[in-house]
Write a protein that binds this ligand. Sequence first.
Ligand code: GFB
Length: 308
Amino acid sequence: MVGSAIVRKLKSRGFRNIIVANREELDLTNQTAVDDFFRRERPQYVFLAAARVGGIHANNTRPADFIYDNLMIEANVIHAAHKHGVERLLFLGSSCIYPREAPQPMKESVLLTGPLEPTNEPYAIAKISGIKLCESYNRQHGTDFRSVMPTNLYGPGDNFDLNASHVIPALIRKFHEAKVSGRKEVEVWGSGKPRREFLHVDDMADACLFVMGLDADTWQSHTSPMCSHINIGTGKDITIGELARMISDVVGFEGSIIQDPTKPDGAPRKLLDVSLLDKLGWKAIIGLGEGLEQTYRWFEENRDNIRQ
Ligand code: GFB
């Protein structure tokens, strides 16, 4: 989802020489394949958006996949980027790197100050390792590897498989299918009380190009060698209960919403402090209502080809 959005954004800005590889063409967990790819293609700039990602259920039930795949992808790509002279690399992490009980909104500096949320600890540990890989290569080898930590993302290209997806695609699909089949109830996991911050993937892609484009002096004067990641979000959050009502309205479902308390809530809240990015001059522009409507239209138009 994010990789495709970054490619769309690069093309719209006039970049022509964009090198991409899908999963069939390049297995990023395979060190030799990654090394060969970098030797052959010689990229100048790298956006590392590829990752094993999923919602709360996938993270909670397949922890080995989430830690192994992400550690391998990061180690292989970051090492190859150094070895083959990449000028600048942008590593994409996640807001789940921060401690479960971190003061809200969460500043970049709260990293590694407390225990993580258990439902996605293995994924978070892998993403923290990615940040530390970038910092270590910068400190030892003088590379320019930067990290961005997005809040929960959504938008075109998302995964609508109910066992693997995040909350927004899951609820779009559930409400849509209930509306079409005339069902009276839709189940929403957990208590509905957790708060989440949501960013449209096109805003995320825009922020990635913005951070990648900052000159080295500006970047270095706003970060430090041991804290070289930056939050990307909107600075606003809502409860899952409120989100469910918004999606139900967008889809036009007229039945009732029921909570399933047997499913996990996950982190109570994870609102990012986006003041650093704000100071550098970037802000999200796509509001949640508008973004949900656009994503639902995309879902309806691409119903036969989506991941589900
Ligand atoms: O989006 P989500 O799976 O990710 O869940 P997390 C967010 C909240 O929505 C949780 C609730 O409180 C869920 O219980 N929820 C309600 C649902 N109904 C549903 C549903 O039908 N499907 C899903 N998936 N959730 C993930 C992490 O956590 O966030 C990853 O596991 C990653 O590591 C990602 O960081 C951004 O925000 O809880």
